[in-house]
Ligand binder design. Structure first.
Ligand code: ADP
Length: 394
């Protein structure tokens, strides 16, 4: 019987999971899946390494499964399908570690309580990240649990990159730029040396372009700046989030249009970005396939904003040696990558069109390009599993 690490990523209506077997310090993915639609039409699916479906269970509409029910089903699934594995620990993705938790943390009641105080900093995510932790402490109290934070990788950014130009006491209270997608960036930083030693030792800009999107400027694998700040709404326009916007717009919406805080929240998190601009969809594939001029404008806007933020990231680094594309759009949307690289020609970027179109990860710039450009699939789950194993093996 070998040991296993279970990784959980709990959101408001879904719980994603991955199971890794442990051989010494090596981690091997065994299966992954998710429970989604937890409060509407719930569905639990799991696949093994080869993509074979191991479970596909649906619950009738109106029969809310909730986080509790989803965890029960997961425990049952693991008992049935991974009985040859002995769970060693559970690693959780937790969006916010505040200024206190700058490394993965072995959880206990005190730490969970502290993490609850950070809910106001990430009200849409943190409560959902914490609820499975509490439930699992009740059900499997002897199983160690580890929290890995999306903010931690950025904690060492210079103060200049972290502060807002507000009176100092606001910064002391925690109103500062934290940056997110840190587990994705940390994973990329960990594998970049395998691809290109000089890129890993130099100035790299990593673009995590998924439903949520951000960029991180890395100097020798360390975060020096990021486009996301106090919340995950700053920076690039995303699937449904607006990205950076003059804060005066929020004041105007409240004062002149009489919008409530909740309405503004819904607008900037759920109704803007690609969805708002196109009036069609938040999904890049739908926009790319559409012949609606508003869809084309949304894509053009997306690429334009990436170009402007890339200039800002390169300036924070004082130069640029490499660009890495990752996450759903970064890994799959060759046409977006091509447009981004074309706009970055002034930085010395020269795309290898054939390599970019090949659909394979790896180098997509020409040998002459002054900036090497890479497509590297991210793996936040593996990063969490590594951290979890490191902490429990100590
Ligand atoms: P999340 O941030 O939810 O983890 P992902 O990293 O999976 O999201 O990215 C989702 C985005 O990736 C969606 O906008 C989707 O349209 C886009 N995407 C996935 N595959 C492709 C593809 N082949 N071409 C263009 N966009 C794609």
């Amino acid at each position: 019987m070998s040991d296993a690490i279970i990784v959980l990523n709990a959101g408001s209506s879904s719980i994603k999971f991955s199971v890794f077997s442990v051989e010494g310090r090596a981690l091997e993915l065994v299966c992954r899946g998710q429970a989604e639609g937890l409060y509407t039409e719930a569905r639990f699916t799991a696949k093994d390494l080869s993509g074979t479906v191991m479970d596909d269970t649906r619950w009738p509409e109106g029969e809310s499964l909730g986080h509790d029910g989803a965890l029960d089903h997961l425990v049952e699934f693991l008992g049935k399908h991974t009985s040859e594995l002995k769970p060693l620990a559970i690693g959780h993705r937790v969006v916010h570690g505040g200024t206190e938790f700058t490394h993965p943390e072995l959880l206990n009641a005190g730490v969970v309580k502290h993490l609850e105080t950070l809910v106001p900093l990430a009200p849409l995510h943190q409560p959902h990240n914490l609820s499975p932790i509490r439930l699992l402490f009740e059900r499997t109290p002897d199983l160690p649990q580890v929290a890995c934070f999306d903010t931690a990788f950025h904690a060492e950014q210079p103060e200049l990159a972290q502060w807002f130009a507000l009176p100092r006491h606001y910064t002391d209270e925690g109103i500062r730029r934290y940056g997110f997608h840190g587990l994705s960036y940390e994973y990329i930083a960990s594998v970049l040396p395998d691809h290109d030693r000089s890129a890993a030792d130099g100035h790299a800009v990593v673009m995590h372009l998924g439903n949520g999107a951000s960029m991180c400027a890395m100097n020798a694998g360390h975060s020096v700046a990021s486009t996301m700040g106090f919340t995950a709404v700053e920076g690039l326009p995303m699937g449904t989030r607006c990205g950076s916007m003059d804060p005066g717009v929020v004041l105007y919406l409240i004062e002149q249009k009489g919008m409530t805080l909740r309405e503004v929240e819904r607008l900037i998190y759920k109704e803007s970005g690609m969805l708002g601009l196109s009036g069609l969809s938040s999904d890049m594939r739908v926009l790319q396939e559409s012949d609606d001029p508003a869809a084309a404008f949304a894509i053009e806007y997306y690429v334009y904003r990436i170009g402007r933020e890339l200039g800002s990231m390169a300036a924070a680094l004082g130069g640029l040696d490499s660009i890495v594309f990752t996450a759903g759009i970064g890994e799959n949307a060759a046409a977006i990558r091509a447009s981004v690289c074309q706009n970055a020609a002034w930085l010395g970027v020269e795309l290898d069109a054939a390599a970019n179109a090949s659909g394979k990860p790896g180098l997509i710039s020409t040998p002459e390009s002054e900036v090497s450009v890479w497509v590297i699939p991210t793996n936040e789950e593996l990063m969490i599993a590594r951290h979890t194993l490191n902490l429990v093996a100590k």
